[in-house]
Write a protein of this length. Structure first.
Lengths: 119, 119
């Protein structure tokens, strides 16, 4: 079946959450896309989000160089969430850590799981 | 640092997205939590979402038996998304597939990656 970005279920702001996962299984980040960002990501193979704070397209890595190349694009059963398997150049997180999910809650306390990448 | 569910960033509906990932790295599903669901998940070790359609707590597996036991609870850099590492009993998806992300978009077409679990 041909895929149409308009067939996805967007929220009231026209956005759908997109989870980025590295090929080794590490979940890197979650951000948002609109239909045009979905189309651009599929067309270009460069993962492109919609920045809610800047209200603008956000080609991941455009300023940092920490580009995400699309490896596989997946849709969930309700068509209201995306899972992007990506080839991540450099750290995915703006704090310079590999993943944005670097904090765990264990025994009621917050624990830092990874340090910023040197460089 | 002690963890307080109120320290997370919830949306206008008081919800935060929560990604469930199996210990082998497979991303299973994404659903939503409110602060009380976060607290219950940490207290009980049974992953508890907030169902937006039913407007009620949703203890995953309560009716299906496909329980998620919490293995690790992670928070992202912006504190507006959760990553739950879980021990998933049975398929995570209501379609009886292991993961909700069973559809890929490849060369412009939708491809089914996994079949429902027999049972």
């Amino acid at each position: 079946m041909a895929f149409d970005p308009a067939s996805l279920c967007y929220d009231a702001q026209g956005l759908i959450p997109a989870i980025a996962q590295a090929e080794d299984g590490q979940v890197l980040m979650m951000a948002w896309m609109n239909a045009e960002a979905v189309a651009r990501t599929l067309q270009t193979g460069r993962v492109t989000y919609w920045s809610r704070s800047r209200q603008a397209f956000w080609v991941k890595g455009e300023t940092s160089g920490h580009v995400q190349r699309l490896v596989d694009f997946r849709v969930d059963c309700d068509r209201d969430c995306l899972l992007l398997v990506v080839d991540q150049r450099g750290p995915a997180c703006h704090t310079n850590r590999q993943s944005c999910f670097f904090t765990a809650v264990r025994d009621g306390a917050e624990v830092e799981l990874m340090a910023p990448v040197a460089g």
